[in-house]
Design a protein around this ligand. Structure first.
Ligand code: NBP
Length: 484
């Protein structure tokens, strides 16, 4: 074993342990530490036995075991524990040493910690790590941001342990300053919410409108996974649908229909509202989980509120193909919206995000990995300034070609009373985005009528504002013109 370790890792839970083993397997020597130190002994004597991994029983011991500049990665519960460990580490570190937070941290915390540690002469990295337990061990997607000066010192380790795509390129690259890495991880999680909800809506339509069994749906997902919908989430859905409980019945049908959430989807929706980005699909996916959680209320409502009876007389095979098209088109909308959010955040926070590079980071090792991320990379390679994915030739024609089926699916869901919030809101966004004249003229008139909020005119230059005394009773004073 080397006399000094390449990196220290604090937090011996599922992510930390597996990341350490991954690092060690790539030739790095690691020192492990945990708040409850008995877990260090258990790990060193257990999974880490015989490997280039040393255990530390104190922060002092951990820091003393590291080569300079020292690198300490925290894989602990996000929030206060990260700040607590930072405070414990600071007195033992020297200028240029690097603290890394690999937890699911909200990006404003990473902004704050980067500034704080840089003010103390230290460097900080806040990085998204995706892929769960298996990814941590065999190759996660890693999205680092923070102090740019720290990147050259951790690049070999991070890219060495990350997932790789077919051509061998790593699913890890520098994202940007301060909270950029955690921001991109947050958008990744939001997209994950959207992809999952889209699949759930397809399942509900197949089940309720077409009366398909889980085994039949399993076959459909198996086929979809060989085409444009090829992705980790399609794959696990295929397997979940085929999974039988001990009595031989499909387990999925026995699971209570209330979804949990840990907040990253909500953060994505909240920042979209703050930045004025129409992130409709991900937001609907978050609300769908909220509605699912109101199980008792829904059960009561189902007894007293009537909807249409399901009545599908069309071509079943056609609707299944339409569902594939609806899923793919909606998924494109979701990524288009997610990228719009990153673009707006980059403007707001002065980040130079590499959009094609982000697609490659998500191409492997994470929950949203899918073959179509390669098309997103190509779209940004063709035009790094691409305003909206829908304006890229491949995505525009794909969605145009899918829209007939997409509309039939939306119509089938609505006319049969099946909730499909992400499929339908994605279609509504698509129609809104391609509409030159929306009814916001009337909306502006309403605002001016009741609040003297003023409006611009088609027949006058932009930036000239007008107020009309609509009732003859108001004055000519208008409200101040500003946007929030
Ligand atoms: P957990 O999120 O369950 O955290 C466990 C670790 O945090 C243990 O080392 C524990 O120490 C430490 N910890 C806790 Br809990 N409270 C603490 C406190 N007040 N002070 C100091 N240490 C404290 O572990 P995980 O699931 O491995 O996740 C680690 C991070 O990675 C989290 O931010 C998580 O959101 C993120 N993440 C998780 C996954 C996943 O699939 N699980 C995927 C991607 C990212 P102890 O042993 O002394 O209690």
């Amino acid at each position: 074993m080397k006399t000094l370790s390449d990196i220290g890792l604090v937090g011996l839970a599922v992510m930390g342990e597996n990341l350490i083993l991954n690092m060690e397997s790539k030739g790095f020597t690691v020192t492990a530490y945990n708040r409850s130190v008995e877990k260090v002994t258990n790990f060193i004597e257990g999974r880490a036995a015989g490997k280039n991994i040393r255990g530390a029983k104190s922060i002092e011991e951990l820091v003393a075991s590291l080569a300079k500049p020292r690198k300490v990665m925290l894989m602990v519960k996000a929030g206060q524990p990260v700040d607590d460990f930072i405070e414990q580490l600071i007195p033992h570190l020297e200028e240029g040493d690097i603290i890394i937070d690999g937890g699911n941290t909200h990006y404003p915390d990473t902004d704050r910690r980067t500034a704080y540690l840089e003010s103390k002469g230290l460097l900080f990295i806040g990085t998204g790590v995706s892929g769960g337990e298996e990814g941590a061990l065999t190759g996660p997607s890693i999205m680092p941001g923070g102090s740019p000066a720290a990147w050259p010192f951790v690049k070999d380790i991070f890219q060495g342990i990350s997932a790789k795509v077919e051509d061998g390129s790593p699913c890890c690259d520098w994202v940007g300053e301060n909270g950029a890495g955690h921001f991109v991880k947050m958008v990744h999680n939001g997209i994950e919410y959207g992809d999952m909800q889209l699949i759930c809506e397809a399942y509900q339509i197949m089940k309720e409108v077409l009366g398909m069994s889980p085994d039949e749906m399993h076959e459909v997902f198996a086929e979809w996974n060989t085409g444009v919908l090829d992705s980790y989430l399609t794959e696990i859905t295929r397997d979940i649908l085929a999974f039988k409980d001990e009595d031989g019945e499909p387990l999925v049908e026995k699971i209570l229909d209330t979804a949990g959430q840990k907040g990253t989807g909500k953060w994505t929706g909240v920042i979209a509202l703050d930045l004025g980005v129409p992130l409709t699909l991900i937001s609907e996916a978050v609300f769908a989980r909220c509605l699912s959680a109101k199980k008792e209320e829904r059960v009561e409502a189902s007894k007293v509120i009537n909807g249409p009876a399901v009545n599908f007389t069309g071509d079943k095979k056609q609707l299944i193909d339409d569902l594939r098209d609806a899923l793919f088109a909606s998924k494109i909308i979701s990524y288009a919206q997610g990228y719009l959010l990153m673009r707006e955040a980059a403007k707001e926070y002065n980040w130079k995000l590499n959009y094609g590079g982000i697609a490659m980071m998500w191409r492997g090792g994470c929950i949203i990995r899918s073959s179509f991320l390669g098309n997103i990379k190509e779209a940004f390679d063709n035009n790094p300034e691409l305003q909206n994915l829908l304006l890229d030739d491949y995505f525009r024609t794909t969605v145009e070609n899918a829209q007939a089926g997409w509309r039939r699916v939306a119509a089938a869901a609505i006319s049969n009373g099946i909730p499909a919030p992400t499929i339908t809101s994605a279609l509504t966004y698509f129609d809104g985005y391609r509409t030159a004249r929306l009814p916001a003229n009337l909306l502006q008139a309403q605002r001016d009528y009741f609040g003297a909020h003023t409006y611009e005119r088609l027949d006058k230059p932009r930036g000239e504002f007008f107020h009309t005394n609509w009732t003859g009773r108001g004055g000519s004073t208008s409200s101040t013109t500003y946007d929030v």
